[in-house]
Design a protein around this ligand. Structure first.
Ligand code: PSU
Ligand code: MN
Length: 305
């Protein structure tokens, strides 16, 4: 194990006994949801993974170490603290070497998961190519990570704060398979579909695991996106969320928000403008991703050891 890693007892045992481990990110806890729903959701997600026979490993940075598997106290600290750094690939060396507290994005969680030998990672939504990227160059490091790190990311697609078409083009260029889990369309996080089709629809955890095992047997360096639409009962209407997203984007541009602050700003604005109704959708989709992700991890664990 890499010297920067600190595995929880549960994760250490799971790896020693070749049990299926599922990585979870922490930016969704620190920057994605308000307290206390963030901590409650993180605990519920962990319980759902265990119920499927998986072992959850939430990842965050404390005192110069990448923690893989958090204690209840660590989860609580991340959920309450206001000074937690959002850590993507480029931030990781600085945050680790200075001993700061950090929450990992999809990119940094993939790096940590790979260092720990974890193949499956569950989150809400991935970063992507932002609208207006032709001039801003704002493309999430999550996409570059998917191109170079062999971890499957189970998510509900990406929010249409992004340019979903360009996001899919970027993933295609970089050879990242985008799978629709029981879906022909690429889901737009809050809603079950977008205007875009996925490359491949796969309907069972077993078949997703087979695709992943095959991909990695070919020596591919990168990962895959497993896009799992939000359950029908919790989905928002596209008309309902689209206007709010437009408003959030306008606010960001008027306030001159740039760089790593863009995504957290937009997420926060959406929360305010929907008066919390988007939070229920967010929680429901993360929990659903946890169930599906754990099932995929269990299936993959039976196919590759
Ligand atoms: N999109 C969401 N929820 C999130 C994020 C994105 O719907 O919580 C977080 C994730 O941690 C993701 C990161 O990896 O934002 C992307 O940030 P950026 O666009 O700055 O790369
Ligand atoms: Mn960005």
């Amino acid at each position: 194990m890499h010297e920067s890693l600190r595995l929880s007892a549960e994760v250490t045992d799971a790896i020693a006994n070749q049990q299926p481990v599922v990585a979870l990110e922490s930016t969704i806890i620190s920057h994605g949801m308000p307290y206390p729903q963030n901590v409650e959701t993180a605990r519920e997600v962990e319980a759902l993974i265990r119920a499927q026979g998986g072992v959850p490993a939430t990842i965050a940075i404390f005192s110069g170490h990448i923690h893989v598997g958090l204690t209840g106290e660590e989860l609580e600290r991340l959920g309450q603290a206001r000074d937690v750094a959002k850590v993507s690939r480029r931030d990781l060396p600085f945050v680790l070497s200075t001993g700061m507290t950090g929450a990992t994005t999809v990119a940094a969680t993939m790096i940590a998961a790979h260092l720990a030998g974890i193949r499956v990672f569950v989150t809400g939504g991935i970063g992507g190519v932002h609208r207006g990227a032709a001039t801003s160059f704002d493309i999430s490091a999550d996409l570059i990570e998917l191109a170079q790190t062999p971890v499957a990311v189970v998510c509900a697609g990406a929010k249409s704060i992004l340019d979903l078409g360009l996001t899919l083009e970027f993933l295609e260029t970089h050879g990242v398979p985008v799978v629709g889990y029981q879906s022909d369309r690429f889901p737009a996080f809050f809603s079950r579909d977008s205007d875009f089709y996925v490359d491949f629809r796969i309907d069972t955890p077993h078949d997703v695991a087979r695709m992943l095992a095959t991909q990695w047997s070919l020596g591919y360096a990168g990962g895959a996106v497993i896009a799992n639409p939000v359950p029908e009962a919790h989905a928002m209407k596209r008309e309902e969320i689209d206007g709010i997203i437009e408003q959030a984007l306008e606010d960001a541009s008027r306030q001159g928000v740039t760089g790593k602050r863009v995504t957290p700003f937009l997420l926060d604005r959406i929360k305010q403008l929907t008066g919390g109704s988007s939070l229920a959708t967010n929680i429901a989709l993360v929990k659903h991703n946890a169930v599906v992700g754990a099932q995929i991890a269990v299936a993959l664990n039976q196919q590759i050891r």
